[in-house]
Ligand binder design. Structure first.
Ligand SMILES: [Zn+2]
Length: 147
């Protein structure tokens, strides 16, 4: 349910796990405890788990911006913690540089490449990453206003 928010937390550089397909509430809760993570959810049932306090953070917003706003009020998220340093798909920290033999479009500057050692995905600086960075910067400014 909060997959988009999870991807944006990865974009900010946070180690962010996502629920696996078919993972039950109990399994999710136990994994969060085991891995010492906060569990962000929109599912009220999860808050009923014993010791939920401090682990489960219940968000209500439907839209990404609402969720970001809520989360920024609850936790001291630094949206510019380590921007675009982690794979959005598999959460692995990116390597700066990529293997030389990886084919990329001609107009991409090879020195801006980041490579995910987890899933092999390649990232580069371009209009998409600039837009993402601007969005993170906007959330960071908003976050400052709460302090
Ligand atoms: Zn990856």
């Amino acid at each position: 349910m909060l997959i988009r928010l999870g991807r944006w937390l990865r974009a900010a550089g946070y180690d962010t796990g996502l629920a696996n397909n078919g993972e039950s509430d109990r399994e999710l809760f136990q994994r969060a405890r085991r891995e010492n993570r906060r569990l962000l959810t929109r599912d009220h049932k999860l808050q009923e788990y014993r010791d939920a306090d401090g682990t489960v953070i219940l968000l209500c917003g439907n839209e990404l911006d609402e969720q970001v706003h809520e989360l920024s009020q609850r936790l001291s998220i630094d949206w510019l913690y380590r921007p675009l340093s982690r794979c959005l798909v598999c959460n692995t920290p990116l390597n700066i540089s990529a293997p030389d033999d990886i084919p990329i479009p001609d107009d991409i500057d090879r020195t801006t490449l980041h490579h995910c050692p987890g899933c092999g995905r390649i990232y580069w600086q371009g209009s998409h990453s600039r837009r993402m960075r601007r969005r993170l910067e906007a959330w960071a400014r908003e976050q400052k206003a709460f302090r």
